[in-house]
Design a protein around this ligand. Structure first.
Ligand SMILES: [Zn+2]
Length: 280
């Protein structure tokens, strides 16, 4: 077996385990941010009996399996969702680093990984509480800065300043209008900020793709949820998160097809050129 293969395999195993460990921290964010609790102070405790969780029971995924999903003190069931979030984040990191090739675009893969982690937090928090935390959205928007500084010569599409500025507004402005007209019933301000931050990171064509994916997935899941429990009120943030995450990986290819198919390529180019003359 050649050393290059062993080296890259070792990196991918490390990326997966690192993703699972970060997933453990995402669980802390998902449960503590809505309660306004500190993310670093105080140890985790059992939600039923309040017993602090022992150090040896804090190993992601493994501890949950060894405890057979039960608290060691009171035997109360520990939600499998903690493990799902940890594994989900590990799998996402692995897919991202494989997609962008860890040797060729390590920094960009790292930025997309961080954004995906933030989107996982948005997904579960919005699902639980129908609220999107502003700090998590600011974190996503802030990732656009290192992307622009360090990766603009690395990859091409969506990496120009005009494309990023256009991306921040092209979806968020229409969503803002819907939110204002519907008094935040059809669309919340959290959704508006999320698409502004996601658009700033992804650039103009890719955030359109993100919205399209969110609408398709949201419509299908919305129908299923309505059919299952008759509830037509559901958070849209989880679907926007899926849209942004998928678009970060496959947006370029989908955007090429979509803007060409709809004839939007000329309009987007003209608008980006206009923004370029104003800002650059
Ligand atoms: Zn307990």
């Amino acid at each position: 077996m050649n050393t290059e293969f062993l080296f890259t395999t070792a990196i991918y195993i490390f990326v997966f385990i690192f993703g699972v460990c970060i997933g453990s921290f995402l669980n802390v964010c998902i449960y503590r941010l809505p309660l306004g609790e500190s993310l670093i102070k105080s140890n985790s405790h059992c939600m039923t009996c309040g017993t602090p969780i022992r150090k040896r029971d804090l190993i992601p995924v493994i501890s949950w399996c060894l405890l057979r999903g039960k608290c060691h003190a009171c035997g109360a069931k520990i939600s499998p969702r903690y493990t799902v979030v940890e594994l989900l984040n590990g799998i996402c990191y692995l897919i991202i680093f494989l997609h962008f090739d860890v040797i060729v675009h390590p920094l960009y893969a790292a930025l997309v990984s961080l954004m995906t982690s933030a989107l996982i937090v948005v997904f579960f928090m919005d699902w639980d509480t129908q609220l999107i935390n502003t700090w998590v959205v600011i974190f996503i928007g802030a990732l656009a800065i290192p992307k622009y500084i360090f990766c603009r010569n690395d990859l091409e599409k969506g990496f120009t300043l005009p494309s990023m500025i256009l991306g921040a507004f092209v979806i968020s402005i229409p969503l803002l209008l819907i939110a204002l007209i519907s008094h935040e019933k059809a669309m919340g301000m959290g959704d508006v900020y999320l698409m502004a931050a996601g658009g700033l990171f992804l650039g103009a064509p890719n955030i359109l793709i993100a919205m399209l994916i969110a609408l398709i997935v949201g419509s299908v899941c919305g129908l299923i949820i309505k059919h299952a429990n008759g509830n037509s009120v559901f958070a849209f943030g989880p679907y926007l998160s899926i849209g942004i995450a998928v678009s970060a990986l496959y947006g370029d290819k989908l955007a090429d097809w979509y803007v060409h198919f709809t004839g939007l390529d000329k309009t987007l180019e003209d608008t980006a050129a206009m923004i370029a003359t104003i800002f650059c």
